[in-house]
Design a protein around this ligand. Sequence first.
Ligand code: NAP
Length: 502
Amino acid sequence: MTPSKTTLPASVDHLVIGAGFAGLGTAIKLAEAGEDDFLVIEKDGGIGGTWRVNTYPGAACDVPSQLYSFSFAPNPNWSMSFSPQPEIEAYLVGLAQKSGTLDRFAFDTEVTDARWDETDQRWHVTTSRGEIAAKTLISGSGGLSVPKMPDIDGIETFQGEVFHSARWNHDVDLTGKRVAVIGTGASSIQIVPTIQPDVEHLDVYQRTAPYVIPRNEHRYSGVEQLLFKSVPGLQWALRTGIYWARELYVPGFVWKPALAAPAKKLALGNIAKGIKDHGLRAKVTPDYQIGCKRILISNTYYPALAADNVELVTDSIVKVTGDAIVTADGVERPIDVLIVATGFQTTEQPIAEHIRGRDGASLSEIWASQGMASYKGTTTRGFPNLFQVVGANTGLAHTSMIVMIEAQLAYIVDALKTMRAEGVGAMEPQQAAQDEWNDDIQRRMQRTVWNTGGCSSWYLDAHGKNVTLWPRATFTFRRLLSSFDAKNYDLEPARIIEGANA
Ligand code: NAP
């Protein structure tokens, strides 16, 4: 069991929100930089973030393990080339324990309000367990943390078990049950083949067909694990190879979608291999350009759809009754259990409504009109000393988020160093710098497959603006965030003498 702080300090230098990859990485990097006065608060009961919460059957990463881990903490013990969820959670817990920072984590502690106070240059944060003041607020609260329930007529009247993929109810035994899964995204395509052999009948409700390419899965042998442990640089070499192979996707996404033709061929080949029935093949064949939505990986999804006890339903859902789902063609399909794998609230950070800046407006109020926008996806005009890890336009469709997180952590630590060295009490990006950054992103976005590929996706917000993804190579992001660019910030001298913080 992970220890947790039982009483919260009244004030800290740095308050970190979230104990997933971003929050834990922040804690480790702050400690490394000698910024020891910090507290990480987490609304759940332990370390892991999304990898603690998403425990649905079949949950695994679709980025190879060596790259889906911190560069400073390679793990020779991965069992598979794509790590299963329990191993990633265990990796993070183990790393937290080794890091020596766990004494500064408080679990079951949720932020309800955070306000910037100009007079004392502090964030005043209200949590479910008390108030904390902090010089800086660093949010690693995650982009995919609040499940999105579908707005389907009558869903609340369903008498059987109903739960979201990210809130899996392990008390429900699916064996011999009639089950429906709504959604065919990254979560669903892992759930469907895992539960299909156990259920009596499975209806999979597809609104838009995803592209699913083969999963080149490899179970590491004991010898390979031993080599990872004992040969210096081997894991690093593998990580580097995977990194560059993944970056090859970028031109096809952001420049010339035609370059993604080989991936499309793989996806169509995967359908042909997994499904014999031509009617079903047609139903699962996407009608938009590959890459427009996230490309999924699975060897088992199509064979599962083709199994005798599975029906892929493409007629739209009109309502849910007490014991069935009714589609537009009038067909009523009775079920015992309803699983909604309909994704997350993505185009606005869930934490945004709780964070109020210099003028008292919340991030979400400011973003309501213009869409989510920050400087370097990290700092935001009007919100002094606020850093967001995995902020606006830092998401990726092709590779590991850990690469982006580490780039942001380097930037944040350098910013803190500058603040300390220069006696800065408050800093925020200049409006012009923030606008230029976002205009450039949106200009680059115009030709990307995400904007032009003929699909709707969670990458785009209500205004049709892509506020989630980074439209360039990740090494470019890393370069642009390699050092803190004080010249693009308004810096205010510290009003309170160091040491008089309490
Ligand atoms: P998602 O990709 O957003 O997929 C949601 C699915 O639900 C889509 O098929 C969507 O259809 C459908 N849907 C949503 N609302 C609906 C409604 N009202 N009626 C019918 N269908 C509806 O969500 P997710 O699968 O949970 O994945 C979210 C993200 O989490 C992924 O893109 C990925 O970044 C991450 N993830 C990663 C992994 C991994 O590494 N292996 C696994 C799971 C999740 P439309 O396509 O028509 O909108």
